[in-house]
Ligand binder design. Structure first.
Ligand code: COA
Length: 250
């Protein structure tokens, strides 16, 4: 598929989605969000896509936020619609995606950019990364899940401080907070992400989809996560992967 603001490369089971508006520090305008949604819809059907890596183009930014120029004159209703449709089509869609999604944070991850990275199942970062939710400095609050996912990942007090101060943390602090799992120099970032994806590919993708669902249940107040785990554990016994995996192991 042809996109204007992103590009996708699929090789050896790994699809890399690059957000490609480097002159605007990869800021998320409406068209980019729609293209990300379309790309993820294709990944769902594509048998060659088993793991997805999400990163930004250039050496400066992962994503510097939602495109401020687009919503400067929005009304209350338009603001709410922007957040609702973004959450549904991109941020929740990625968080609940049945294939692993790893964000490779290669620079600024601000506002919607950090929210995008937090929607991924986990994150790795380069040493030059800077992460934050500066929305309150613009008179708004994070609208793509940031007020929910940031405290889940780093704890309430740290999230409160980061959002209230509209500050940025560097990669080392993000590592200390558990916001990212690993930090490496920029030139090693994609190799690291590929290496982790390669380890995931050794395992059952059917089981991994069930694990994503069960882990996410912990963050959904309408679901009992332990019951969801029992159900998904049981379902595993009916899969070819289980039969193959256990007989090979035995
Ligand atoms: N929306 C739209 N455009 C953005 C953007 C955003 N979120 N972030 C950066 N850009 C654009 C700039 O307007 C500039 O475009 P121009 O060259 O046409 O003027 C270009 O990207 C480069 O940004 P610039 O500010 O010149 O780079 P810098 O190195 O001086 O600063 C940042 C980098 C990330 C600190 C700064 O761009 C910034 O604060 N961006 C906004 C971050 C933000 O508030 N995000 C949350 C939005 S809710």
């Amino acid at each position: 598929m042809n996109y204007n603001n992103i590009y996708v490369n699929t090789e050896n089971g790994i699809s890399t989605l690059v957000i490609d508006r480097p002159k605007k520090l990869n800021a998320l305008n409406r068209e980019t969000l729609e293209e990300i949604h379309q790309a993820f819809k294709s990944f769902k059907e594509d048998k060659n896509t088993k793991v997805i890596l999400l990163t930004g183009s250039g050496e400066k930014a992962f994503v510097a936020g939602a495109d401020i120029s687009e919503f400067a004159d929005y009304s209350v209703e338009q603001g709410a619609d922007l957040a609702a449709s973004g959450q549904e089509k991109v941020f929740d869609y990625i968080a609940n995606f049945p294939k692993p999604v790893i964000a490779a944070v290669n620079g600024f991850a601000l506002g919607g950019g950090l929210e995008l990275a937090m929607s991924a199942h986990f994150r790795v970062a380069s040493t030059n990364a800077k992460l934050g939710l500066p929305e309150t400095s613009l008179g708004v609050i994070p609208g793509y899940g940031g007020t929910q996912r940031l405290p889940q990942l780093i704890g309430k007090g740290r999230a409160m401080e980061l959002i209230m101060t509209a500050g940025m943390i560097n990669a080392d602090k993000a590592l200390e907070y558990g916001l990212v799992n690993h930090v490496v120099p920029l030139e090693e970032l994609m190799d690291l992400a590929q290496k982790i994806a390669g380890k995931i590919l050794n395992n059952s993708m059917v089981a991994i989809a069930k694990a994503i669902d069960a882990i996410n249940a912990n963050y959904d107040h309408t679901i009992n996560g332990f019951e969801r785990e029992i159900k998904k554990f049981g379902d595993s016994f009916g899969t070819e992967d289980f039969k193959e995996g256990t007989s090979a192991s035995l």
